[in-house]
Each structure stands twice: as C-alpha cells, then as structure tokens.
Design a protein around this ligand. Structure first.
Ligand SMILES: NC(=O)C1=CN([C@@H]2O[C@H](COP(=O)(O)OP(=O)(O)OC[C@H]3O[C@@H](n4cnc5c(N)ncnc54)[C@H](OP(=O)(O)O)[C@@H]3O)[C@@H](O)[C@H]2O)[C@@H](O)CC1
Ligand SMILES: [K+]
Length: 491
C-alpha cells in the first residue's frame, strides 16, 4: 500500500520535521538524493557520469533550488551542467552554488527563442520548474522547451513532481512535463497515484526526509497486488456456503438480460458461497444453462446487488428502499443509481458509478468528476451517505464523512467496456456477503478486476474476464498463504 498526502498536509509534515530538527537541511538532503538518481540514470543510459551534459529547467521556487543544488553536486562529478531559468527568479543560493561548482547559467531568452536554448547532445534534463507550490499548467514558452526536449528524445528527471500537473487532483489541464523518472521528496503526492498525472511521473523514486506521521492527515492510499492477495477473504477449512456468503442479485431486465448474467458470473467466479438470482426472466433462461449452480426465488442472502441493466424499471426505487429496510449491505450499480432514496443510503452500501453517473448524481459536468476523482467521490459519498467506488482510469473509494480514500490497483485500458461494470458489481457484492466492509469491498473488487485484466494481452469479453478472476484468486491465495507461512516462521 502506498499512501499519498495532499499538499497542505505535506507542508504540515515538512514544518513538523523542521521544528523537530532545525539543523536538518531538507533542501540539501533533497538535492543530494536527486543528484544520486540523476547520476544513476546517466550511468544506465551512457555508461558514466563524467562528461555527461545535463540541462536544468529552473522555476522561481524551492523546486528550482533543489535542482540547482543537485546540479552543483553533479558539476563536481564532471558533468557539464547548464541551468535555464524559465519562470520567475531562480533560488539565489542555488544559483551561487552551481556557479561555484563550474556550472553555467544560461540567459533567459526571448519567448520565441527559449526552445532553441536546449543544447544538442544533451543527455538528460532536470525539471525543477514547479513543485508542490505550482499551479497546474505551464506557460507556452516552457511548453516550447519541453517540445524541443521531446523532439531530441532527451529524458527528463522531474524534481518532486512533473511540472504542470495538479499535485492534489492528478489533473493535467494544460502543458506538463512527461518524466522518465520522478524523484519525490518526503511523502508521495496524490498526482503519483491518480491518472492522468500518474502516467506523467514515469518511475517514481521516493526519498525519505524523515517526515513523521500524524493521524489528522488525509490519506490517499493505493492498494497493490500484495494488499489484494493478503486481504481477500479466502475460505478456510471450516467455511460453509454461508460463511463464504450468499449473494442476492437483482439485476438485468428483458431489454438488458446480459447485465444480470454478467453480474452473476462476477459473483460466482469471485467465490460466492451461493448466488440467488432475483433478476429478469430473460436473464434466468440463459443463466440456467451457463451457471447451473445459481438458485432462484426468495431465501436467505447476506448481501444484495441492485441496478445493473435495470433500464427504466418502474419499481426500482421501491426495490432499493425495501432493500435498505432489511439492514443487509448492498451494491447499487448503473440504473439503480438514478433511483436512490431521498434520505440517502448507508455507509454499509456501496454504489459503483462511473464518471458520467456520478456527475448526474451530483448535478455537475462529467469533466468536473474526471478532473478531480477524489474530490468527486467524496462529494458523492457525502451526498448519498453511501460508500462510493468511482470507476474509471483511477478507481477511487470514498466513505461518507471521511476525507481519506482508497485507490484500487490500476488496470489496463481494455477494462473500459460494456459489461465490465456488471461483473465488478457482482464481485463487490460477493465481498460484502463475505462480511468485508464496503470500502474495502470496493477497493478489493476493483483491484481483482484490474489484476485479472492485466493478464490478457488485449481485449477480452467481460464474462471471460470474470472466469479468469477465479484463476487469479487461486494464485493470489497461494501467495498469501506463502507470505503468512514465512511471517509465522520468522516470529
Ligand atoms: N515539502 C518539503 O518537505 C520539501 C520541499 N522541497 C522542495 O520545495 C518545493 C516547493 O517549493 P515552493 O513552495 O517554493 O514552490 P515551487 O513549486 O517551487 O514554485 C512556486 C513558485 O512558482 C510560481 N508558480 C506557481 N505555479 C505557476 C505556474 N503555473 N506558472 C508560473 N509560475 C508559477 C509561484 O509564483 P506565484 O505566481 O505564485 O507568485 C512561486 O514562485 C517542493 O516541491 C520541493 O521540490 C525540498 O527542497 C525540501 C523538502
Ligand atoms: K518539477
């Protein structure tokens, strides 16, 4: 699990670290780590540090200061370092250090000439334009320099974060750096975990600056495959179909029978103890042949799924309202999302909108949701009083009244297809039925789907993906058992 903090919390951590040890010079520590990463890249890419040519892009804040001090260290190792001030007034002490070490400061040129300043034969560029003090987007003259570097195929090492991205939301609304490597100081920023900024970071090197922890911080925690393997509710030797969980599925309609079938596939292959299908007649006919283990009619269930493929079902709102009265946890997906009770749901319920559906719930534009998925998921949770799994390039789980969020393991773009959401809803309902709390169920379900999809080289229909999830779970279960054994033999 990797945890990022919003910029205002990183500033608090920074202040606390300085107060705890005023003699610890954070900028020198950052610059030393940055120089070491750049040196490693130079060795990797051209065999040696000595004799390399490095261009520093310098902004007017401490991000540029980091780059200048790192440049000074590199110059002392025989690197030809040139600094190009592109924004504001460069850090004075950093400039002086670079000059003393033999680096050159290029004249900030006129707007249309700046791109020409990029020297031919440059081995690597360091992006010290903007860090956590930056607003998203870069002026045209900086974008022109980046285009030139791109044309010359010069790799960029970003200082703290790629300049131009929105550090807190992960949005990339204008020109921004695309880094080969990002050297991130003190704590991870949300842009390292949220698309599209995440893809701009390249390889991320986290540099420990001795920041402490604080329970008041907002945490943006991204699951990895180890978390998925460890936290999945595998059955034990004493498990029964009831401890594994009985999932009730009320999904599909005569117009959209496939949604019910796909949701049932998701539930069965994610390991439900039993699946009880309450959906449309049309779905039942196919399901009986495809999954003969499904049962029909009323009876005990431990979690419900409502809404996938309902279309304009007239009694949908009543079905959800009745479900809420039972006190059982549930997933509400797709068409069910337009039929939520005015009084809201419960945090034990998981709603699974994509950006368009959440925008409709919030009465805003889809673009607003996509440009700040974490903020939008929070608003969705507060508005509906339910736990929200916002689907998309970055899948975010938010709980009502809480600022911290979970982010699922990222998956390949191929999962964005009709039917994926139905399968995912079935997987999540299975987790609820097994007793997993709603937030974890959303994050684990979305992660399982992503990890499964990553095992296919190209497009795969959602029902095949659901089937393969069972194989992935088997492998993850063995890995978790192995990790637990190793842990046990150590203690
Ligand atoms: N946190 C830590 O523990 C540590 C932090 N450290 C480092 O400090 C960095 C943060 O430094 P920082 O606060 O000086 O801000 P930074 O991002 O350099 O730039 C702000 C300047 O840019 C300007 N500006 C902003 N947006 C703009 C735009 N779109 N277009 C044009 N201009 C824009 C803005 O000017 P304004 O326009 O607001 O007057 C201001 O002058 C951090 O990322 C890390 O690298 C390490 O040294 C040690 C440990
Ligand atoms: K930067």
């Amino acid at each position: 699990m990797q945890t990022a903090y919003p910029v205002h919390d990183i500033r608090r951590l920074e202040e606390a670290a300085i107060a705890a040890d005023p003699r610890h010079d954070l900028m020198q520590a950052a610059a030393g780590a940055l120089a070491a990463v750049v040196a490693g890249e130079l060795v990797e890419r051209r065999g040696a540090v000595y004799g390399a040519r490095v261009l520093l892009l310098i902004g007017g804040g401490n991000n540029g200061g980091d780059a200048l001090f790192a440049g000074a260290l590199l110059a002392r190792r025989g690197v030809a370092v040139r600094a190009l001030p592109v924004l504001g007034t460069p850090h004075p002490a950093g400039l002086a250090a670079l000059r003393r070490a033999g680096g050159r400061i290029l004249e900030p040129l006129a707007v249309d000439e700046q791109a020409e300043t990029v020297p031919q034969g440059c081995d690597l560029a360091v992006d010290g334009v903007l860090g956590i003090g930056g607003r998203p987007g870069l002026p045209d003259r900086v974008a022109a320099v980046l285009d030139r570097l791109n044309d010359l195929r010069v790799p960029i090492v970003a200082v703290d974060l790629p300049s131009g991205v929105d550090a807190d939301t992960g949005a990339v609304p204008g020109a921004a750096v695309t880094a080969a490597v990002t050297v991130s100081f003190g704590a991870a920023k949300p842009c390292q975990l949220i698309e599209p900024a995440r893809s701009r970071c390249g390889r991320v090197v986290d540099v420990d600056l001795g920041f402490g922890h604080d329970d008041r911080l907002t945490r943006i925690s991204a699951l990895d495959e180890d978390d998925l393997a460890r936290d999945w509710p595998y059955p034990g030797v004493t498990s029964s179909k009831y401890t594994r969980g009985v999932v009730g599925i009320d999904a599909g309609s005569d117009s959209y029978p496939g949604a019910g079938i796909l949701a049932a596939h998701g539930a069965v292959y994610a390991g439900a103890g039993m699946v009880r299908f309450h959906g449309a007649e049309e779905s039942r006919r196919v399901l009986t042949g495809a999954l003969p283990n499904i049962v029909y009619g009323d009876g005990r269930v431990q979690a419900m799924l409502y809404g996938s493929g309902w279309g304009d079902r007239p009694d949908g709102a009543d079905v959800i309202a009745h479900g809420l009265e039972t006190g059982l946890p549930a997933v509400v997906d797709a068409d069910g999302l337009q039929r939520l009770p005015a009084g809201g749901l419960s945090p034990e319920w998981l709603i699974t909108p994509h950006a368009g559906e959440l925008a409709r719930l919030l009465g805003c534009d889809r673009g607003e949701v996509e440009s700040d998925p974490v903020g939008a998921a929070h608003r969705g949770a507060d508005r509906t009083h339910a736990t929200v799994l916002l689907k998309g390039a970055t899948q975010v789980v938010a709980r009502p009244g809480r600022r911290s969020v979970l982010i699922a393991v990222p998956g390949p773009a191929w999962t964005a297809q009709a039917g994926s959401g139905d399968v995912l809803a079935g997987i999540c309902a299975t987790l609820l039925a097994a007793g997993v709390p709603a937030a974890r169920a959303g994050a684990l379900g979305a992660s399982l789907q992503a990890v499964t999809a990553a095992e296919f080289p190209g497009p795969v229909p959602p029902h095949r993906l659901a089937e393969h999830a069972a194989t992935v779970l088997g492998r993850l279960g063995q890995r978790a058992a192995g990790a637990a054994d190793r842990e046990g033999s150590r203690s």
